[in-house]
Design a binder for this molecule. Structure first.
Ligand code: ASP
Length: 438
């Protein structure tokens, strides 16, 4: 197969062309056209992915749990998954804190830029602050209450309720393995068929991926640049050191933590791991949403990394909801950056508080664009840094969101390999033409 016909290259080409189109569109005043006639294709693409996420998680997890065939295995796998997620998240924050303390990007921000940024984003800051306040007003155990739905259809009606759907699938699967095998088999067959159908639909949707990604990228650029490209470039230049700190931190996390995890738990070459998950990572990058990317992540991890469904159907949806290493690392860098820019020196105790709150804030962040910056408010409040400070970083948040989402997805995939290995569920690879990794 010619290189440019391979899916990941097509997505990369779509991404680059989208970027170029966005720049041209901003430079020559075609933003209205791009918004009216190109944006909808990006939206349709993301909506299609979101549309199949809930049925896919439900069907594959019911099949997964009924294959596991025993409650003890499930709880062991659950404990292991959450444990590894917590460890990688903590490491991400430690890496973020190290980088930001070494590079000190906040101290490099000119006073003038700081003042003008604070002025221009006050309203948006208020919005984010209110959203975070709603989270803070909830009782400490509300997250547990939220996992258990009171109504099946309500749970399935909103992608933000992914953990509720995971819960429903688990109890459904457990119910099935506790009734006579023949009766249960009929229901499992239905879910198996549904699962296969949805996997086929993922393949179909992915045919649209290069175009969808083109549209998404073009829109990101016009939203960022507006009609004044030079202003956007100035902003990027002013916050360049901060963006670089986040990017270096993310890169180190992938290279150190995920690579080690993968090397320990898989015999596959590291290069092949990255190739295998490339389409999912690129989609995460262009959609800024781990939740929307979930169907593709599941498909790649199962087919191209050989993680069996019993593991992937549990580890990945839970990961897309609670495991956000990229987000937590970014929150650590952002919080310290803001403190530095506002002339505040953080004590060791405050930095340790960041480790704790950024872990919780990343768990609480939904897998949707911009969720990380809302939860950043909570981190800032905990270390007594004025939340208005997020005005400093709002302008470049979308770009960093793309990077951190790509890392979040890589993390989920790496952990699913680790869990699968320890459970003896790292099986054969099932390539097909469209998803050939080479
Ligand atoms: N967009 C991120 C995700 O979906 C969350 C965030 O950091 O805003 O994984």
């Amino acid at each position: 197969m010619k290189w440019y016909k391979k899916l990941h290259w097509q997505i990369i080409i779509g991404l680059i062309l989208g970027l170029i189109w966005g720049l041209i569109s901003s430079a020559v005043g075609l933003n209205q056209f791009t918004s009216d006639f190109i944006r909808p294709f990006g939206t349709i693409f993301v909506d299609l992915l979101k549309l199949i996420a809930i049925p896919l998680v439900l069907a594959s997890l019911v099949v997964g749990v009924s294959n596991l065939n025993d409650m003890a295995k499930l709880s062991r796998m659950g404990g292991k998954t959450i444990g590894i997620y917590m460890i990688t998240t903590t490491l991400a924050i430690v890496i973020g804190l190290t980088i930001v303390n070494v590079m000190q990007p906040g101290k490099a921000l000119p006073e003038e830029t700081r003042m003008s940024l604070m002025e221009s984003y006050t309203e948006v800051v208020d919005d984010r602050d209110q959203a975070a306040q709603q989270v803070l007003d909830r009782s400490p155990l509300q997250f547990l209450v939220d996992i258990v739905p009171e109504n099946f259809f309500e749970a399935a009606s909103d992608n933000a309720n992914m953990l509720q759907v995971v819960f429903i699938a688990i109890i459904l699967g457990l119910g099935i393995i506790n009734i006579p095998v023949q009766k249960g088999r009929a229901l499992i067959n239905v879910f198996e068929a549904l699962n296969d159908v949805i996997i086929k639909i993922v393949d179909l949707i992915m045919k649209m991926a290069p175009y969808g990604v083109f549209a998404l990228m073009a829109v990101v650029i016009i939203d960022l640049a507006g009609d004044d490209l030079s202003q956007a470039l100035n902003l990027l230049r002013a916050l360049g050191w901060y963006c670089l700190a986040v990017a270096i931190g993310l890169l180190l996390h992938v290279l150190i933590v995920y690579s080690s995890l993968f090397k320990i738990f898989s015999k596959m070459k590291l290069r092949d791991f990255f190739k295998a998950i490339q389409p999912a990572v690129l989609l995460g990058f262009s959609t800024s949403s781990s939740a929307a990317t979930l169907p593709v992540t599941m498909e790649r991890v199962e087919k191209n990394l050989g993680v069996e469904e019993e593991v992937s159907s549990f580890v990945l949806p839970v990961g897309a909801t609670i495991n956000m290493d990229g987000t937590s690392l970014y929150q650590a860098v952002a919080a310290v950056f803001i403190a530095q820019a506002l002339g505040m020196d953080l004590t060791i105790a405050q930095q340790l508080t960041i480790v704790l709150t950024a872990t919780l804030a990343s768990i609480g962040a939904a897998g949707v664009p911009g969720a990380g910056i809302i939860m950043l408010v909570i981190v800032l409040q905990a270390i007594q840094v004025p939340v208005e400070g997020i005005a400093l970083i709002l302008g470049v948040d979308r770009i960093l969101d793309m990077l951190r989402t790509a890392v979040n997805i890589t993390g989920d995939a790496a952990v699913s390999v680790a869990v699968a290995h320890t459970e003896g569920k790292l099986g054969k690879l099932h390539f097909d033409d469209e998803s050939d990794i080479n």
